[in-house]
Structures are given as C-alpha cells and as structure tokens.
Design a protein around this ligand. Sequence first.
Ligand SMILES: Cc1cc2nc3c(=O)[nH]c(=O)nc-3n(C[C@H](O)[C@H](O)[C@H](O)COP(=O)(O)OP(=O)(O)OC[C@H]3O[C@@H](n4cnc5c(N)ncnc54)[C@H](O)[C@@H]3O)c2cc1C
Ligand code: FES
Length: 282
Amino acid sequence: MYKIVSKRRLNETMTWLVIEAPLVARKAKPGQFIILRTDEHGERIPLTMAGHDSEKGTIDLIYAAVGRTTMLMDQLEEGDYLLDVVVPLGKPTEMEGLKKVCVVGGGTGNALAYPLACGMHDHGIHVDMIAGFKSKAQVILEDEFKAGVDRVFITTDDGSYGEKGFTTDKLKELIEDGNEYDEIVAVGPPMMMKFTCKIAEDYGIHSIASLTAYMIDGTGMCGGCRCIVGGENKFVCVDGPEFDGALVDWDELIKRSAYYSEQEAEDRAHVCRLTGGVRYND
Ligand SMILES: Cc1cc2nc3c(=O)[nH]c(=O)nc-3n(C[C@H](O)[C@H](O)[C@H](O)COP(=O)(O)OP(=O)(O)OC[C@H]3O[C@@H](n4cnc5c(N)ncnc54)[C@H](O)[C@@H]3O)c2cc1C
Ligand code: FES
C-alpha cells in the first residue's frame, strides 16, 4: 500500500500527489514512469514520475482526471492509500551530448514534460520550455517551470494567457529567431507531437517524442502499447516511452489512440454516477 502524503489541486482537472514509495524513489530517473492501481478491481494505469525525493522516500505524480481510474484517484485524500505501484518503468531520458534543447508540452503533456525539462536543465543543458494550453484556466506549473529551466514561453489557443497561438507557432518563431537547438522534445497529444516533430524535421533538427500509448502489463508481453517506429513494431513500455520523432508512424498511433473511446465514455459515466456527477472535459 502506498500512502498519499500530500494532494494539491493545480486546476479543474489536474492534481499533484506526493506518494510514499521509498523503493521506487531510490531508483527513479527523469523520463521514467510507474504503473499503479487504486484498488484490487482497478485498472493499471501508467503515470510519469513528476519528481522524487530519495531521502524522504516519496515520488510525485501529476495527473489529469480524464476517465475511470483517474477520477477514482481524485476521490482519495491525504492519508489514503493506492493499492500498488510498479517500480520505475521505461528508459530514462537520453541527455548525453546535448547543449541546447527546446521542450514543447501540450495540455496534460506538460505534466510529463516537467520532470524531463527540469532533469535536462539539472544535467547542464540549456532548456527552453514552450508550454501550451487551450486557455488560461488550464495553465499549470508555470512557476515550477520558471524555477526549473532557462526560459519559459506559455501559449494559449485563445490568447487568454501568455501568447496567443499554438506551441508549434512559438517553436517556429524561436527557430527562425536563430536559436540553434540540438534537439526538440515533444510531449502532448499525438497530433501536436506529430506537427512538432515535422517542424523539427523541416529545420533539420533531431526530435524526440514521449509517447503515451495504452498500457496493460508494462512488460512488453501484452502488446497493448505497440507502436510503429522506423517501420518496426516497438513497445512504449519497454522500448520507450521516448522515441525518435521523425521515425514514429503518427497516423497509426493516432488511429490506435481512438480504439477504446466508446468503452472509456461508458466507464466515465459509471464513475460519475458513483461519485455524484463530477464530470471533466478530456
Ligand atoms: C508512459 C505514460 C505516462 C503517462 N503519464 C501521465 C502523467 O504523468 N499524467 C497524466 O495525467 N497522464 C499520463 N499518462 C496518461 C494516463 O495513463 C491516462 O490518462 C490514464 O491511463 C487514463 O486512465 P483512466 O482510466 O482515468 O481514463 P480512461 O477511461 O482509460 O481514458 C479517458 C481518456 O483519457 C485519455 N487517455 C487514456 N489513456 C491514455 C493514454 N495512455 N495516453 C493519453 N491519453 C489517454 C483518452 O483521451 C481517453 O478518452 C501517461 C501515459 C503513459 C503511457
Ligand atoms: S503495456 Fe503490454 S506490451 Fe507494453
């Protein structure tokens, strides 16, 4: 059992939890994730480790309440427990040889981008962070990014906060302004990552995308998180979650990510009936 030691609401859908997990905290590295269950009947869901404190034996999780399990997590409070957490999974972020990087986060993807961007900065890399959101109400982690990387650019689609426009507009502007990036890292909805990696390719810059495919066992056995990279089958849980953005088959990934939408909508409605009708937009 893994105790929730603190819970902080970041916006209407996103929450920051600190969990007691000493063994996981000791081994955690930027870019890795865990798989958790809230209870013995629950689904196993992957969440990125947003941070860890090996002395206190805690890990940080930042999640969006979008469906059954994350909405159930939302009902838990400080002092409550998660049933189980599977040890750090996935390959840590590769940082060797990089001097200047632009990390581009979209919506919930900013939660995943946060440890990655700060981890790169701690490694001595200059990090520009473009954090994009639909509107002001969704903006999260601005102060944390400012404390953790070199420059932060907030964009909103509707212009209600930061600069109006998409993250891809800002990325192009920074490249056109003469910023010479060794790498562009995309973390967010598949469509946003696809276009971010396309821009990188157009300017001859290496890109990395952090994929969030559906996962079941997290061991490379079930095939749930299969994606195609460079024409080969890869598994996000063991081969990723980060892949060369130019090699990802984005259209196949986008098609697969819609496979379970009907089932998920039913599950969400079920939780809403159980918990008194809390509904969130995806
Ligand atoms: C390696 C990895 C790391 C992740 N890290 C985080 C994180 O740090 N914070 C966070 O909020 N989410 C993260 N996700 C996504 C998270 O796992 C899903 O949001 C979660 O599984 C949803 O479960 P659910 O039962 O609440 O919702 P479901 O009912 O399963 O899904 C509800 C909606 O959520 C979206 N969704 C579901 N699964 C995924 C997925 N795997 N990727 C993207 N969108 C999904 C879909 O739009 C779906 O319609 C990560 C996913 C992976 C694979
Ligand atoms: S989650 Fe089963 S193969 Fe990756």
